[in-house]
Design a protein around this ligand. Structure first.
Ligand code: ZN
Length: 226
């Protein structure tokens, strides 16, 4: 059976990507990063998503991006914006996060013998992060195939980004068709410990609009609706 490493955040996008990878017949080794994010609810969600969708394994690796801060997601002194999605790269951008996450996935792939990494980057309904763009992913893949023993010995690595060009509504439609229960997932940047969403941050707004545009009931558990 072909194996893949799937980066699983516990959010809506990566849950859909895991379902797609499972559908394509991969034995999926899920990797979640405890990187110093504001809340742990998404890691709890990731474990549940991995179990329910039938992942081969789920591993949480702890790193400390809070040692640098520089983002509303890793520094408690920087507030998460709640006034609506604004142009430009927001303070929720975590410096070099996806490069760091992909590097852990790359190392994990080499150890597990996987030639495929699945990554839920999205460049349509997103927050303007530079490390979610297709040109970034292509460049990373080129680098990865120069970086590992597996690659130079002929095991070429592919980074799959199956939702990178989909709208949030299309991602939700695809996931529903695959049987994903989005009530399990947590997208909010500042969810409560039990996984309730704020309803006001960019991630909540993009997610809610996605459900509306998909014509699907929003199953998100909200802390309060304002
Ligand atoms: Zn939120």
């Amino acid at each position: 059976m072909k194996t893949a490493v799937v980066l699983l955040s516990g959010g809506l996008d990566s849950a859909t990507v895991l379902a797609l990878a499972c559908q394509q017949g991969y034995a999926c080794h899920c990797l979640s990063m405890d990187y110093g994010q504001r809340h742990r609810a998404e890691l709890v969600a990731a474990a549940r998503v991995a179990q329910v969708l039938g992942a081969a394994s789920h591993r949480v690796v702890k790193i400390d991006l809070g040692g640098f801060g520089g983002s509303a997601l890793t520094d408690a002194n920087i507030a998460v914006p709640t006034g609506g999605v604004a142009p430009g790269i927001p303070v929720t951008y975590v410096p070099a996060r996806n490069t760091i996450l992909l590097s852990f996935a790359l190392a994990n792939a080499e150890v597990t013998g996987a030639n495929d990494i699945f990554f839920g980057a999205n460049a349509v309904d997103y927050s303007g992060y530079p490390d979610c763009r297709p040109e970034y992913v292509r460049a990373y893949e080129t680098m990865a195939n120069l970086a590992t023993r597996a690659a130079v010995e002929g095991q070429r690595l592919t980074i799959h980004t199956p939702i990178i060009a989909l709208s949030k509504a299309d991602i939700i439609r695809k996931g529903i068709a695959l049987g994903v229960d989005y009530a399990m997932t947590v997208s909010c940047y500042q969810a409560t410990d039990d996984g309730r969403a704020c309803g006001q941050c960019d991630a909540c707004r993009l997610r809610r609009t996605g459900f509306e545009q998909a014509g699907v009931q929003d199953v998100t558990r909200y802390e309060r609706l304002k």
